[in-house]
Design a protein around this ligand. Structure first.
Ligand code: EPZ
Length: 417
């Protein structure tokens, strides 16, 4: 099992190129099940979860080729199987994204329930309820969701809670349903908009993506197309935070600042100075770092996937900051590791009270989930001495060569096989 070793204290300067968004490419890959023609995706990031989705789609009979390093070509002339096995789903809950397309294309789907992960129970009850409203018969047994339908029919659906993959699953299913579907209380994340744009290029008729209400007029069939995946706003936010923490002057390129307003505003509130371009951000480190409160919300609010990373910055801020996590019930796993490095963070239910500034010192720490791992890398960059991070496979799920990109801007960081 690989480890990452960081010697803290090195100032960062230079340019980081951002890759395609993990949370956009995964639904886009699942959309290949909706057509028997070929779907070509570009700007595909080299992250572990893309490999897992490839294996899952291959199980379902999708032919996946990689014509170039950052492109995938997916075609599923016949969907051979209908089952997303537990072995794959348990490593990546985004596997649930094959449920809607399989049901819409072939009238059947059997997907293992994802089970919890370290940040929470992560049920899929909103996905199931919406599919039932579209006319599917759904049974939960032996740890699987079994869904069948003799044809999905458009209807009105209201999501009790905003759900990103729930909105994406139903968008894909409704694209091939008979009649019009009106989805309300939808997720507005850029990744939802990117999927809707892809589906429309495949011949779907979707209006309103990016707002709380989306209208889908079902069509008979969808065609193949070519689509370039949007940049990863969370990867970009992670490097912005590294720059705010211990950067001189860093440029983040191939990103979309328009997807990152809440993150940019928060970093400015903490004292960072940024220049925004169309597809780049230049940022100078904040000195001193000001304390501020943080509350995670559905887009366009501050993203929960950036909460752990921002918390590192708050440990260096002058004063007390309150961090409230409203999306997941247990997304403070990084707090105990940060406190072991010298942070002063108390938990009070869904709120963490961060007192700063505190001197962090390098330690042996363990990653528990994707974004908590990124947070520990950031802490290692600013800590005195050497930090060893174990279980870096969590990092590899969503960050492409993070140690190479950070070494490229001056960090003393290496991967130990
Ligand atoms: C997506 O997960 C992202 N994953 C997550 O990113 C992200 O943290 C999350 O959205 C919130 O922005 C992908 O897009 C692949 P939700 P998702 O459904 O769709 C509850 C990362 O680090 N809920 O919006 O699973 C749920 O438990 C990952 O890249 C139900 O109760 O999140 C959570 O508390 C981590 N029932 C809240 O709603 C449901 O049926 C929001 O979850 C669905 C969700």
């Amino acid at each position: 099992m690989d480890k990452i070793r960081i010697v803290g204290g090195r100032k960062l300067a230079g340019r980081v190129e951002i890759g395609g968004a993990k949370n956009a490419v995964l639904p886009a890959m699942a959309a290949s099940l909706l057509t028997d023609e070929t779907l070509v995706l570009n700007n595909v990031p080299a992250v572990w979860d893309v490999g897992t989705m490839r294996r899952l789609l291959a199980e379902l009979g999708v032919r996946v080729e990689q014509p170039s390093r950052r492109s995938l070509s997916l075609s599923s002339p016949s969907v051979r199987s209908f089952e997303a096995p537990y072995e794959l789903v348990k490593t990546m809950r985004a596997s649930v994204l094959v449920l809607g397309p399989l049901l819409a294309r072939r009238g059947r789907a059997r997907v293992s329930l994802p089970g919890g992960c370290s940040i929470g129970a992560r049920p899929i009850d909103f996905h199931v309820a919406a599919l039932e409203k579209l006319g599917a018969e759904v049974r939960l047994e032996h740890g699987f969701v079994e869904a069948v339908t003799d044809g999905l029919r458009g209807t009105e659906i209201y999501f009790d809670n905003v759900t990103v993959t729930g909105t994406e699953n139903i968008l894909m299913a409704a694209s091939l349903a008979r009649g019009v579907t009106l989805l309300q209380n939808c997720a507005q994340e850029p990744e939802v908009i990117d999927l809707a744009e892809l589906l429309n290029r495949m011949g779907a008729r979707i209006e309103g993506a990016g707002t709380r209400t989306i209208r889908v007029e079902g069509v008979e069939r969808l065609q193949g197309t070519e689509h370039s995946v949007i940049p990863d706003r969370i990867e970009a936010g992670t490097y912005l935070t590294a720059a705010a923490l211990i950067g001189e002057e860093i440029e983040i390129s191939h990103c979309l600042p328009s997807h990152m307003t809440a993150m940019v505003d928060k970093l400015e509130e903490l004292g960072s100075r940024m220049e925004l371009g169309e597809t780049s951000i230049r940022i100078a480190g904040a000195d001193p770092i000001r304390a501020a409160n943080l509350r995670t919300l559905p887009h366009p609010g501050f993203p929960t996937d950036m909460q752990a990373q921002l918390m590192v910055l708050l440990t260096q801020a002058d004063g007390t900051s309150l961090v409230t996590e409203t999306i997941f019930e247990n997304r403070f796993m990084h707090v105990s590791e940060l406190n072991r490095m010298g942070a002063n963070i108390q938990l009070d239910g869904h709120t963490a009270v961060v007192k700063g500034p505190t001197r962090l010192s390098g330690a042996k720490v363990m990653a528990t989930d994707l974004r908590a791992s990124a947070c520990l890398v950031l802490a290692g960059l600013v800590a005195e001495g050497t930090t060893f991070i174990d279980r870096v496979y969590h990092l590899d799920r969503g960050y492409e060569h993070i140690e190479e990109k950070l070494a490229g801007i001056g960090a003393d960081i290496e991967r130990l096989k």
